[in-house]
Design a protein around this ligand. Structure first.
Ligand code: ADP
Length: 168
């Protein structure tokens, strides 16, 4: 059984085997949680991302997929980068958002990670409505078979925390 924990705060301050990054497809960093992870984690993460672009992801990491790098100076073994979908009112992209959580857990299993911290993927610049994102995140983690013992959702503000807490 995987325990789900909710924490309010800055994910770059967390201790975990793996910290998930809401990256963009370029893997070269961006704003929001991505920028914070690269800032606090230091240049080793960007170096590893550049290597991934040069080897496996020349066209970028596709939406819904996940890949691990060093966590640099973060208090974690790895950063798992995943690319959330941009919210669309006209197209249902829920399966891609669910895939981010499922694929991140699959990568975590491959690494042998037992504790994994997730931000609320796609709910910032990518504009996914918080309540719906919280439901998809929680349901997907509950429904995904994994050896990860603790999934920690690290929510940046009250609104995100409340939305995840509503999921019971
Ligand atoms: P996306 O492009 O997937 O929407 P963002 O980084 O813009 O990614 O936002 C995803 C979520 O992460 C938002 O809810 C945002 O408030 C939150 N966030 C931003 N910085 C941090 C941080 N340091 N720790 C945890 N969550 C963060």
């Amino acid at each position: 059984m995987t325990t789900i924990r909710l924490v309010q705060g800055d994910i770059t301050r967390e201790t975990a085997d793996a910290i998930v990054n809401a990256a963009n497809s370029s893997l070269l960093g961006g704003g929001g949680v991505d920028g914070a992870i690269h800032r606090r984690g230091g240049p080793a993460i960007l170096d590893a991302c550049r290597d991934l672009r040069a080897s496996r992801y020349g066209k970028g990491l596709p939406t819904g997929q996940a890949v691990a790098t060093t966590a640099g100076d973060l208090d974690a073994g790895w950063v798992i980068h995943t690319v959330g979908p941009v919210w669309s009112a006209s197209e249902d992209r829920s399966a891609l958002l669910a895939s981010c959580y499922r694929e991140s857990l699959r990568v975590a299993d491959e690494l042998g990670a037992r504790t994994v911290a997730f931000p609320a993927i796609s709910t910032g610049v990518y504009r996914w409505p918080m309540d719906d994102a919280a439901r998809i995140a929680t349901e997907t983690v509950r429904d995904t078979p994994t050896s990860v013992e603790e999934v920690r959702f690290v929510l940046f503000d009250d609104r995100a925390y409340e939305a995840f807490a509503q999921q019971g």
